[in-house]
Design a protein around this ligand. Structure first.
Ligand SMILES: Nc1ncnc2c1ncn2[C@@H]1O[C@H](COP(=O)(O)OP(=O)(O)OP(=O)(O)O)[C@@H](O)[C@H]1O
Length: 789
């Protein structure tokens, strides 16, 4: 079989004459096979591949790969599919569904002689993830390599569109992801799907759900309606709406395990442990410590958690190789990790649901679900990464006490047998202090912890099944502390969630800021802890802003970031000095850290009273002359006469002297007249002076404008400035917003322009004056943004 991987074609090229001879043989074979297939008895049970009317190349390929006996789903689905039926195939995880659709694809195209560039695309196999598409493609190559002439390819993105386009127009079979194939359907000239005979959706329920709905509907619009459609999944449904969307023709529902006692493999042992959210990492660490010789997959609900736990556990040297995988890593890194994990004997892979479905890692011993899955289907797919094809496997689910009842009910409805177990107290280790120390010493890690916290909280917030996930039931303060954070980060929810938020206004800890309240401009009450937290994270946020202008992607190694930060340290130190002990958290202005052991009393010269020194802040005050002046007595202003005698500014005149000068009333009148005249004269002078000053100022301003105009004549157009600033600030302010998890992943603010336009020297001077005091979160953002300038 010719194969085009990522757009590069690697044909196994027989000579032309040989090819023609082979074609003739295949034609004859195809006719015979057609006859044999039409005679297939659908009621019979086919135990071995040799019992099926399969082409010589497929039979040889299966044999070479040591596939001899059919699994249940293969035995039921393959004969139907060979006969051209549409199929809804449902069977447990690891039961061999991939061959159940790949064999019919090869065979049906072979019999139809849909081979060569002229034949166009014969079959499209869609997978929800790139990893799964690659795996399917590899199996297709394995069983197709013994003499099939099809051009098969993988179209999953991550490579140049042009390369893929060139290969795609020659393909007979394509394995693809929905987004990328849709792009080609709409953009690739010469990509002909008019003769397409088969459409296969692996993990069909996933591809049919909301996430892919638009892509899939658009793809189907391009495809010929008279094709054969095969849908497979371990959690397949017969939803009528889906059948209509795909215009299935009398589909056969093949659900081999429907009558089974459980929806999961018999060889899988499933347990759950009740682990309050703040203890989850302790339990996970303890588990890993006691399973160092095993191959383990650990599931989390977000990539941020995966990264944080991976980085922090790595620091703690668990004694087992750790790997991590999530959707925001580069494709090459993802492939390398899946490859490493496949080959590993003992290893622990932290992952998101990107590897929950379909992936066939050999010999996984344990699946651990640290974060409760969103529904029972996700649970089934996750645990299905172990106990595959008759092997044993174990799975353990961590449940917060509040999740227990709801989740167990859902699992029971889906026929998932699961039993409670407890962690041995002797084996349970407590790593909270270590986590805190690590976050304390490493702002990068603390930053990741904050992101992990906020993505977790958001993931709970958006969960649909509120019988399981009720945000107010979780101990979020405790959770933050277990991640090593000094307090629970404040989290903004989207405005659309306002109703939900209203219900949770009285949630414990008051850590959730009400976006509705924010929208109305109401200022939330900031507690002492809030202020402390905001201050303690200035380094981290500043680094985050810095990262926004770096071409950094999410999978950047944290050690590398550390290295990069070293170079930037001076810059950040100016704004926020790390105390001598090196601890970024021991900010002198933190109220908590402010208290002294015992108050002292100090006498300040000239002060009206003794000063009690009961805090570090007051102690610091002693060192500032300017501030001390405020406490001192103001003193008395005296004037000296020509003889050097001191007088008060206003001294009472001797009464006799006063009377000698005439009547008091006359003296008053005279005084008023003289003063009025003096004021009038002074007024004229003042006005002249003010006029002169205004003129000079105007002159100066004109001069400045002239200079600025000259500069602008050689610079970039002025109007860009405001836009750039607005764009940059809009991005920078989104620190606590995540979700998408994208804020620190897709930073692409143009560095050069920002630097150039962010602020001029004058503005810098002005802002530097202002930036000494950082009181609010806005101040903090502004300060961090200024650092970038
Ligand atoms: N007929 C067979 N004989 C021997 N091994 C088989 C056979 N069919 C499949 N397998 C093996 O069983 C394992 C699971 O197969 P496959 O990945 O197709 O399962 P699946 O049902 O698609 O699982 P999931 O629902 O998780 O996607 C693979 O390692 C595969 O090589």
């Amino acid at each position: 079989m010719a194969s085009a991987v990522h757009g590069r074609t690697r044909p196994a090229k027989p000579k032309k004459q040989e090819r023609n001879q082979k074609r003739k043989r295949d034609d004859v074979d195809a006719e015979k096979l057609e006859e044999a297939v039409s005679e297939l008895d659908l009621k019979a049970t086919y135990a071995s591949f040799t019992a099926l009317p399969l082409s010589a190349p497929t039979t040889a390929g299966l044999k070479a790969a040591n596939f001899t006996k059919l699994t249940d789903i293969q035995s039921k689905a393959i004969p139907l599919a060979l006969k051209g039926h549409d199929i809804l195939g449902a069977a447990k995880t690891g039961s061999g569904k991939t061959l159940a659709f790949l064999i019919p694809v090869l065979e049906n195209l072979y019999r139809a002689q849909c081979v060569g560039a002229d034949a166009g695309l014969g079959a499209m196999i869609i997978s929800p993830t790139r990893e799964l598409a690659i795996q399917i493609f590899e199996i297709l190559r394995t069983i197709g390599r013994k003499g099939h002439m099809f051009a098969a390819g993988l179209v999953i993105g991550g490579k140049s569109l042009q390369e893929e386009q060139d290969a795609l127009i020659r393909m007979n079979i394509v394995v693809c992801t929905p987004g990328r194939i849709l792009q080609h359907l709409s953009q690739t000239a010469g990509f002909n799907v008019d003769n397409m005979k088969m459409l296969v959706l692996d993990e069909a329920d996933r591809i049919l759900d909301m996430g892919f709905k638009r892509d899939l509907d658009a793809i189907v619009d391009y495809l010929p309606p008279d094709r054969q459609t095969l849908l497979f999944s371990a959690t397949q449904t017969k939803k009528v709406s889906d059948l209509a969307r795909l215009s299935l023709r009398d589909p056969e529902y093949v659900a081999v395990h429907e009558s089974a006692a459980s929806a999961t493999p018999k060889t899988l042992q499933q347990n759950y442990v009740i682990t309050p959210l703040p203890d989850k990492l302790d339990t996970l660490w303890s588990f890993i410590q006691s399973s160092k010789k095993s191959k383990i997959m650990v599931f989390f609900s977000s990539g941020k958690q995966v990264r944080f736990v991976y980085e922090s556990f790595r620091h703690m040297q668990p004694g087992i190789p750790l790997l991590h995988l999530h959707g925001r890593q580069k494709q090459a890194a993802r492939l390398e990790i899946t490859d490493k994990f496949s080959k590993a004997k003992a290893s622990c892979l932290f992952a998101t649901d990107v590897v929950a479905r379909g992936l066939d890692f050999p010999a996984v011993d344990w699946v651990v679900q640290v974060d409760c899955p969103e529904d029972s289907d996700t649970y089934i797919h996750r645990v299905g990464r172990t106990a595959r094809y008759e092997r044993d496997g174990r799975a353990v689910l961590f449940l917060d006490p509040s999740e227990e009842e709801g989740m167990l009910e859902r699992l029971e409805q889906k026929k998932v047998p699961i039993e409670k177990i407890n962690v041995r107290t002797k084996k349970q280790q407590n790593i909270k202090e270590q986590m805190q120390n690590m976050c304390f010493q490493d702002p990068q890690l603390k930053y990741l912890g904050q992101k992990a916290f906020s993505t977790y909280v958001r993931s709970i917030h958006v969960q649909k099944d509120k019988d399981i996930f009720k945000l107010e039931n979780y101990d979020l303060e405790g959770y933050a502390s277990s991640l090593g954070l000094p307090g629970a980060p404040r989290i903004k929810f989207l405005k659309a969630d306002a109703d939900e938020l209203k219900k949770r206004k009285n949630a414990p800890g008051e850590i959730l800021s009400d976006s509705e309240g924010d929208a109305k401009g109401k200022k939330a009450v900031r507690t002492k802890t809030d202020r402390m937290f905001e201050r303690q994270n200035q380094d981290v946020l500043a680094e985050h802003y810095a990262k926004m202008i770096r071409d950094d992607k999410d999978d950047v190694d944290i050690n590398k970031l550390d290295g990069e930060q070293e170079a930037d340290d001076d810059l950040f130190d100016v704004k926020r000095r790390i105390p001598a002990d090196g601890s970024p958290n021991s900010d002198e202005s933190d109220e908590e850290a402010d208290a002294l052991d015992a108050p002292k009393t100090v006498l300040i010269p000239g002060a009206k009273e003794a000063l009690v020194i009961d805090s570090k802040r007051r102690e610091k005050l002693l060192k500032s002359k300017k501030k001390l002046l405020k406490l001192k007595d103001k003193g008395t202003k005296l004037v000296f006469d020509e003889d050097g005698n001191a007088h008060q500014i206003y001294e009472l005149e001797n009464e006799d002297d006063f009377r000698a000068r005439g009547e008091a009333e006359d003296q008053r009148k005279k005084f008023l007249e003289e003063e009025a005249e003096r004021v009038r004269v002074a007024d004229i002078d003042d006005k002249a002076l003010a006029k002169e000053k205004r003129r000079a100022k105007k002159e100066k301003r004109k001069e400045r404008d002239r200079e600025a105009n000259e500069e602008n004549a050689v610079d970039e157009p002025n109007e860009d400035r405001e836009d750039l600033m607005a764009n940059f600030l809009a991005d920078a302010q989104d620190v606590s917003e995540d979700d998408d998890d994208q804020s620190d992943d897709d930073e692409s603010v143009p560095h050069k322009k920002q630097k150039k336009w962010f602020e001029n020297d004058k503005a810098k001077e002005r802002t530097e004056e202002k930036e000494t005091e950082i009181e609010t979160f806005d101040d903090l953002e502004a300060a961090a943004a200024r650092l970038l300038g």
